[in-house]
Write a protein that binds this ligand. Structure first.
Ligand SMILES: Cc1ncc(CO)c(N)n1
Length: 232
């Protein structure tokens, strides 16, 4: 089989994605030692992240040139709002956080920067930009999930096991594979400079993913929070 666009992308992002597996937050999920306050912060930020991420699927659906692509985006949107975000609602319940409180989470600087970037690039250009914007998200989480599930005890951990099982699951793998298939389909026949632009989106979102793990590990909101201010 000839080389796919995702093979080329993989070579570009591999060093960044391998660093996720080496990140203390991700390793903490895998070996079950992660501090729960860090995970709680992550869950809340990730929930509001997923709301904006869902909007990118909606933009992709609106821009889709045919019903097959439109349906694909609609399914990805539905899968995120139901299956994936249900995981967050379940964890929130364990922390005593209601769905309303979860949805009203104040966004951190990293979450705001990342989702603003994704939404911006997906409003520009064609449907392929929306696919590129979400690709590293779905694919890298599946990559992490499929790696962590091999760690002894990770999938059966009483607290973090649900997370590991979700992102390594067949359903989530299908989400990631659908995103990969879409980008390969839309990359076909594109000019090198167009492929370069898509690659840039996937690399940037991969960097934002790393920042998201950092934000979670350090329980970050806004760097300016330390400034005494009455502005709020
Ligand atoms: C930050 C982030 N990226 C990707 C995913 C996977 O959908 C997620 N839940 N959160």
């Amino acid at each position: 089989m000839s080389e796919q666009f995702t093979d080329r992308l993989w070579r570009k992002v591999q060093p960044i994605w391998e660093a996720y597996l080496d990140h203390p937050f991700v390793k903490g999920i895998g070996d079950g030692t992660l501090n729960k306050e860090k995970f709680k912060h992550y869950m809340k930020q990730d929930y509001v992240y997923l709301i904006e991420y869902s909007r990118v699927f909606a933009i992709g659906s609106a821009k889709a040139p045919d019903l097959e692509t439109m349906t694909m985006f609609a399914n990805l949107l539905h899968g995120t709002l139901t299956m994936e975000m249900e995981l967050h609602r379940e964890y929130a319940a364990k922390f005593g956080i209601t769905n309303e409180e979860l949805e009203a989470t104040e966004p951190s600087s990293t979450m705001t920067a990342y989702t603003s970037y994704m939404l911006n690039v997906s409003q520009l250009g064609g449907v392929e930009n929306a696919i590129a914007a979400v690709l590293a998200c779905a694919w890298s989480y599946n990559y992490i999930g499929k790696e962590l599930v091999k760690w002894p005890g990770a999938a059966d951990h009483e607290f973090y096991g649900n997370w590991v099982r979700m992102y390594s699951s067949e359903d989530f793998t299908e989400i990631a594979e659908n995103c990969k298939n879409l980008i390969n389909e839309y990359a076909t026949g594109k000019l090198e400079r167009e492929l370069q632009a898509l690659e840039d989106i996937v690399v940037k979102t991969s960097k934002f993913e790393y920042m998201f793990w950092e934000m979670a590990e350090n329980i970050e909101m806004w760097p300016t929070d330390k400034i005494q201010s009455t502005v709020g």
